[in-house]
Write a protein that binds this ligand. Structure first.
Ligand code: PDD
Length: 277
């Protein structure tokens, strides 16, 4: 067929992307972002496990076992001579088929993954970042790492336009997580973060930070904190594969404590560095 592409008419054969791809038309797919340090994956097994959980939740059939995809991901690093700090983005969509909300029959999933260099954010890890708070207007299955990221994109863009790095999201005042990371508040020596319900992504770094906190004998309380608790917080931080353990020093233009990363955040950063190193 002839297709309207931008403002020209071209043959569908000349389109450089598959226009009937379900990821493009419905956001019908899932993804993972996996950290690489010095050419080696960090928390690979956790990411592969989550990929399978997401696939099951949205009923996408994966054409490989966990072992097989792990081997493919390792081979991807080798083929790219990846020896630096970086990340892999992997996406799985339900496939390509004429547009219909109903699942297509006998159509294979479309899968791709690519490697990208990504230096650690040294300066921000040292000094911390500023964030804003925003309502969490996402759906009720945020534990699925779905391609439907429009609310996340809009929240992050609003943060950016206000000179900030992240948006802390809340439902009726209860903080869930950030637009692309998990959120934590430290008060009286305890770390508070939203429990692993359907309302947050079960972060791989969150899982790691929980075990590091336990090793350090810092209480890790899986209870949501409230937006109004932020003004009295001793420390705050966020975590993700790309941001690591990132201090938050300013929320909605108000300093957290003295506006410097706090001692518990620093301890977790050190423990994380050792684990990732
Ligand atoms: N984001 N919450 C959300 C909404 C996320 O998108 C992410 C990760 C996290 C942290 O998960 P993990 O610790 O497994 O990286 C929490 C990735 C990095 C992204 O979308 O780019």
């Amino acid at each position: 067929p002839i297709i309207l592409s931008q403002t020209s008419f071209i043959s569908s054969d000349d389109l450089t992307y598959p226009y009937q791809e379900r990821a493009l038309q419905f956001g019908d797919g899932i993804y993972e972002v996996i950290r690489i340090y010095g050419g080696r994956y960090y928390l690979l097994e956790e990411h592969v496990n989550r990929l399978f959980r997401s696939a099951e939740a949205v009923k996408i059939e994966l054409p490989f076992t966990k072992r097989e995809v792990t081997d493919l991901l390792l081979e991807l690093l080798e083929k790219n001579n990846m020896n630096e700090d970086g990340k892999v983005y992997m996406q799985v969509s339900r496939g390509t088929a004429p547009r219909d909300h109903v699942f297509p029959k006998d159509v294979p999933a479309n899968i791709y993954a690519y490697v990208q260099e990504l230096p650690r954010a040294e300066e921000k890890l040292q000094n911390g970042v500023s964030v804003i708070t925003q309502r969490d207007v996402r759906w009720e299955n945020c534990y699925i790492k779905s391609l439907n990221l429009l609310p996340n994109v809009l929240a992050k863009q609003t943060a950016k336009e206000q000179g900030c790095d992240e948006a802390i999201l809340h439902r009726d005042g209860r903080v869930t997580e950030c637009s692309s990371s998990n959120a934590y508040l430290v008060k009286d020596g305890k770390i508070y973060t939203h429990p692993e319900t359907n309302n947050i992504l079960h972060g791989c770094v969150r899982m790691k930070v929980k075990s590091l906190a336990e090793d350090l004998e810092i209480p890790f309380v899986e209870e949501a904190f409230h937006v109004e608790d932020i003004q009295d917080a001793d420390e705050m931080f966020l975590t993700s594969s790309t941001s690591e353990v990132m201090p938050i020093v300013n929320v909605d233009s108000e300093k957290i404590a003295d506006g410097q990363p706090g001692p518990i955040t620093r301890k977790l950063q050190q423990a994380y560095d050792q684990d990732a190193g």
